[in-house]
Design a protein around this ligand. Structure first.
Ligand SMILES: O=C(O)c1ccc[n+]([C@@H]2O[C@H](COP(=O)([O-])O)[C@@H](O)[C@H]2O)c1
Ligand SMILES: Cc1cc2nc[nH]c2cc1C
Length: 360
């Protein structure tokens, strides 16, 4: 296998078509309600048109939820409200229909695809439809050791790219991207603090289930310690993902970049995906143009990361269970924006006879 050259992404990723965007804006000018009167739905419709390179914008008909799953060694420090190594249970519940994302996906008719990158679970106990790309059992304890070897990070990153290619090839027209992890928000905090040059306390949030003050302090200390290990490798994004990320995070980053290469728009869920997006922006500065921030989950690190990428979250409803649930809630708005942009009638052309007489 040829070695992975991340520099290629900045050449391969183009911006969504600016000319198409202007055509979409021009069409909007001709529609029966004034431009801007649909608020963010106007921007959303024009963004989607540019991403699709189509005016009028096409409806979003084949969306999918894609979730990358992994356990994180750092969870052994009790930084999560869930027991270390229990992400596999969440995966099972997601696919058996019992998690928030499962309920929403059912209601919206959206398939959910879960990819095992580093679960610490016997693979035979996982539901059959889990996509198998595991590179190891649990990522390393990032306060004292690397999450992954560089080879594992590369394999995980490539797995993410493969899944993005599969989605693009099978006609998926929008992906809601999320993670299923235990300890993942700690790794995400480290990446965000490292890339934004902030202190651990600035990015330490309360995680999936709200954690108590003592747990918060342990999490903050873990992020601080891992941050020290991150700083020397800040210039090398794959090494950064290996040092303080994890297999799920490396895969999400690979997915995000390859989706941008394939012009497949992606809706970002929570803090973990935002952290990977920030790593992706470092690799290819145009890539964030292909992403939509679904919501503000309330994690301070997420807000920081989105701000860095100039992505404004669409919703703010305090949904921080993760697993793509908050991201999926943005889908009806995207679909509404597409329908309005495509279906609102245009004003009739003023006919020649009706033109006002020129004044002397
Ligand atoms: O969406 C968010 O910003 C978000 C915030 C906190 C937690 N989560 C979810 O919670 C899980 C990891 O939480 P934790 O506390 O174990 O790091 C993982 O499945 C995330 O998707 C998600
Ligand atoms: C308007 C808009 C601008 C963006 N820039 C990057 N992602 C975006 C998503 C939307 C919706």
């Amino acid at each position: 296998m040829s070695s992975l050259n991340l520099d290629d992404f900045s050449d391969l990723i183009e911006r969504p078509d600016g000319g198409v965007r202007r055509d979409a804006e021009a069409r909007r000018e001709r529609q029966i309600v004034p431009p801007g009167s649909l608020g963010r739905l106007d921007d959303l419709g024009e963004w989607l048109a540019a991403a699709q390179s189509a005016v009028p914008v096409r409806p979003v008909e084949r969306p999918r939820v894609v979730l990358f799953a992994g356990d994180h060694g750092i969870a052994e420090l009790d930084v999560s409200a869930r027991p270390a190594g229990s992400a596999g249970e969440l995966v099972r519940e997601v696919l058996e229909g019992g998690r928030p994302v499962s309920v929403l996906a059912r209601r919206l008719g959206v398939p959910v695809r879960v990819v095992d990158m580093a679960l610490d679970t016997d693979p035979e106990t996982l539901p059959e439809d889990v996509v198998r790309h595991r590179v190891r059992r649990g990522s390393g304890r990032i306060d004292v050791e690397d999450a992954l070897t560089l080879e594992e990070a590369e394999a995980a990153f490539r797995a993410g790219m493969t899944v993005a290619d599969e989605e693009a090839d099978s006609g998926t027209d929008l992906v809601v991207l999320g993670d299923v992890s235990v300890g993942g928000t700690t790794a995400a905090g480290v990446l965000i603090a490292a890339l934004c040059g902030t202190d651990a306390s600035v990015v330490t949030g309360r995680g999936g289930l709200a954690i108590d003050d003592l747990t918060w302090m342990r999490k903050c200390a873990a992020i601080r310690d891992a941050l020290r290990r991150a700083r020397p490798v800040l210039g090398d994004q794959l090494q950064l993902l290996a040092t303080v990320g994890g297999a799920d995070l490396a895969a999400i980053t690979g997915f995000l970049l390859q989706a941008a290469v394939r012009k497949l728009p992606v809706v970002l869920d929570g803090v973990t995906v935002a952290a990977c997006a920030l790593v992706g922006q470092r690799i290819a500065f145009r890539a964030p143009d292909w992403w939509l921030a679904a919501h503000n989950s309330g994690e301070p690190g997420q807000a920081k990361a989105l701000d860095r990428m100039a992505l404004e979250p669409l919703l703010d409803h305090g949904v921080r269970v993760g697993e793509g649930a908050g991201g999926l809630l943005a889908l009806p708005l995207v679909q509404a924006a597409a329908a309005l942009a495509a279906e609102l009638p245009e004003k009739p052309e003023p006919s020649v006879e009706e033109e006002p007489e020129k004044e002397e």
